[in-house]
Design a binder for this molecule. Structure first.
Ligand SMILES: *[C@@H]1O[C@H](CO)[C@@H](O)[C@H](O)[C@H]1NC(C)=O
Length: 233
């Protein structure tokens, strides 16, 4: 009786061995099969990341270029106005212009400081945008790094007694990896919008400078013109 029971159990164990244990081995093989997908998801991500960073930095460089153009144009206008006033001064009696020399020195000094102020403000905010852009790249990149291949073995089930659900988990892992390849385009779009916004703030700062400068130049000129008029009367 005891022997019969033993033989019965042995038969069950043998049957289970041949039906279920191979599923466990298959599961390990399946995981090996998804390794190329895993590798390719990494490759795609790294390549995209590299291209996207290059693109973002290209945008940054053309932003610098445009900003320098804005600054150059503004400087030219300011210097022209200064030269005009000096030329006018050369055509009139000294005493009608003498006092304006100090006024002119003072307003050009102010303009120089204002230029620094405008560009400093711009530089600070761009630093922040660039840091944010890099941060977003690394957060996106990390999405694909979250897959630890071996986790499937300790998360859902026991590989020896219940390998079936393990197989499910493995096939799901494959789909997840492909779906999670990050799209970095949004980061570049946001970065471009940020740069444009900062550039328009910089333009406003230069416009403010221009308005104050022009008003002061006009005031100085009027002062001289009135003096000349008085001389003629
Ligand atoms: C800067 O912009 C000008 C046009 O405004 C362009 O001709 C020049 O090639 C640009 N330089 C760089 C380094 O992008």
């Amino acid at each position: 009786m005891k022997t019969l029971l033993f033989l019965g159990l042995l038969a069950v164990a043998n049957a289970q061995y041949s039906e279920v244990r191979h599923i466990a081995l298959d599961a390990v093989d399946k995981l090996r099969e998804i390794l190329p997908d895993y590798q390719s998801a990494h490759d795609i991500t790294i390549n995209k990341l590299y291209e996207s960073k290059q693109k973002a930095l290209g945008e940054l460089n053309s932003f610098y270029n445009q900003t320098l153009t804005l600054k150059t144009n503004s400087l030219k206008v300011v210097m022209d106005a200064e030269l005009n006033l000096l030329n006018y001064g050369n055509t009139i009696e000294d005493w009608c212009f003498e006092n304006n020399i100090w006024g002119l020195m003072s307003i050009t000094g102010w303009a120089g400081n204002k230029y620094s102020e405008c560009i400093k403000k711009l530089d600070d905010s761009i630093d922040k945008d660039v840091a944010e852009m890099y941060e977003q790249f690394s957060v996106s990149e990390a999405k694909i790094q979250k897959y630890s291949i071996f986790e499937v073995f300790f998360k859902p089930s026991n590989i020896i007694s219940r390998p079936e659900s393990l197989a499910d988990t493995i096939s799901k892992l494959k789909i997840d990896i492909t779906d999670d390849i990050p799209d970095f385009d949004d980061i570049i779009r946001t970065f471009i919008i940020d740069l444009r916004e900062k550039q328009s703030q910089y333009t406003n700062c230069l416009d403010e400078l221009q308005t104050v400068f022009d008003d002061e130049i006009q005031r100085l000129r009027k002062f001289s013109e009135e003096c000349v008029e008085e001389q003629n009367n």
